[in-house]
Design a protein around this ligand. Structure first.
Ligand SMILES: Cc1cc2nc3c(=O)[nH]c(=O)nc-3n(C[C@H](O)[C@H](O)[C@H](O)COP(=O)(O)OP(=O)(O)OC[C@H]3O[C@@H](n4cnc5c(N)ncnc54)[C@H](O)[C@@H]3O)c2cc1C
Length: 349
């Protein structure tokens, strides 16, 4: 039995591991993937961070690039791997946990091939679990290629013919931009009003301004934090206005329904689409943890990562766990620090 188990070896699990190592705690990380950085490497090939180097540091090891540089997904995966190596973080891979329950004060943690036990448990499985695709995708002709953004890599995956990108978040507009740059005709489905902010303003990075105006310190329990965390998150770094003004980009409004080859949008129907990228997000899945309650978005009930239901159970890496920075490389350390302080205080009491 371990004193602590962490489920998930992404930036959140590694930050927690760093803290546990610093305090010489006995712990182990379990991860479903076969190596570190897998969630980053699975994302599309041209992905670059919207946070520059100086906002990507995990605790105890700086991100190894010059200030102002926007790393790609390979560089992030390499950094996470070096981080785990540097601090000799113990990780068991290929262990997707399918059930967690607390029995007689001990967490019983089960994968398809092994059982583990721990006195305290930290869930760091990230915010993106089940890809969501609107139900009308099932009414679309079989010869139309449909890809969720989770599986999109590059325009080379697409078959001949027109394309449709659905979703007005960061993923949707970045994928739209990449496909539009190939000259192919791309229909875009999403809201008319996409809030967007540039990556730099008056010579300073967006994240510099965020820090300056205190945005990254606003927490979800404050009035303004409640408003910000529940609102639409603006697209960062894509010039959406110019993108939608391109000759080969047709903005169709929201997708309403589909009938074989014909897809109906707010602004009309189209029958020529041969490829669809659904950048329509993910639903959280924490239902494999027994005896916990959920909020209206199906995230586990917690205060700053401390479970409201089960003593010794913690969460890290959820969007707006405490602030906008909670689910970022450079912000997760604050939540890890808070949890570590909480754990130590409880042990000392
Ligand atoms: C397209 C995109 C761009 C982004 N750009 C930036 C950016 O520019 N800057 C920034 O700071 N952040 C960015 N983020 C946000 C954030 O940094 C990432 O989402 C980050 O990957 C979250 O880290 P995590 O450790 O919480 O979760 P993840 O990286 O998702 O890691 C979770 C780990 O848990 C494991 N796991 C999951 N379920 C189980 C299970 N049941 N059993 C065992 N293991 C499990 C997975 O295998 C995975 O290794 C971006 C996110 C996306 C999607």
């Amino acid at each position: 039995m371990k004193e602590f188990i962490i489920i998930g070896a992404g930036q959140s699990g590694l930050s927690m591991a760093y803290n546990l190592s610093q305090h010489k705690k006995d712990y182990l990380i379990l991860d479903a993937n076969e190596h570190i950085g897998a969630p980053w490497l699975k994302r599309w090939d041209s992905l670059k961070l919207f946070t520059p180097t100086e906002y990507n540091h995990l605790p105890g090891m700086p991100f190894p690039f010059p200030k102002g540089y926007y790393p790609n997904k390979y560089e992030v995966a390499d950094y996470l791997k070096s981080y785990a190596d540097k601090f000799s973080i113990p990780i068991e891979f290929n262990q997707k946990i399918i059930s967690v329950k607390k029995v007689n004060g001990i967490f019983e943690i089960t994968s398809a091939t092994a059982n583990y036990q721990a006195k305290q448990l930290i869930i760091a499985t990230g915010p993106f679990h089940t890809p969501y695709t609107p139900p009308c995708h099932a009414d679309i002709a079989k010869d139309v290629k449909q890809i969720h953004s989770e599986n999109y890599k590059s325009p080379a995956q697409l078959q001949e013919g027109d394309c449709l990108v659905v979703g007005a978040g960061d993923s949707g507009v970045q994928i739209l931009s990449e496909i539009a740059d190939t000259g192919r005709k791309v229909h875009f489905s999403g809201t008319d009003k996409i809030p967007a902010i540039p990556q730099t303003f008056l010579g300073k990075t967006l994240w510099w301004w965020f820090t300056k105006i205190g945005f990254l310190s606003v927490n979800r329990y404050s009035k303004i934090g409640q408003w910000l965390s529940k609102g639409v998150q603006p697209v960062i770094g894509t010039d959406v206005k110019s993108l939608l003004a391109k000759d080969n980009v047709l903005h169709m409004g929201r997708t309403l329904s589909a009938d074989d080859c014909s897809i109906k949008f707010q602004k009309g129907s189209v029958s020529s689409i041969k490829n669809i990228i659904w950048a329509t997000g993910f639903k959280p899945n924490f239902f494999w943890i027994e005896d916990i309650s959920f909020d209206e978005m199906n995230y586990p009930s917690n205060y700053r990562g401390v479970s409201k239901d089960i003593d010794g159970l913690f969460f890290i890496g959820l969007p707006w766990l405490y602030t906008r920075g909670s689910a970022t490389l450079g912000g997760v350390w604050k939540d890890a620090n808070y949890l570590m302080t909480h754990i130590l205080a409880k042990q000392a009491a």
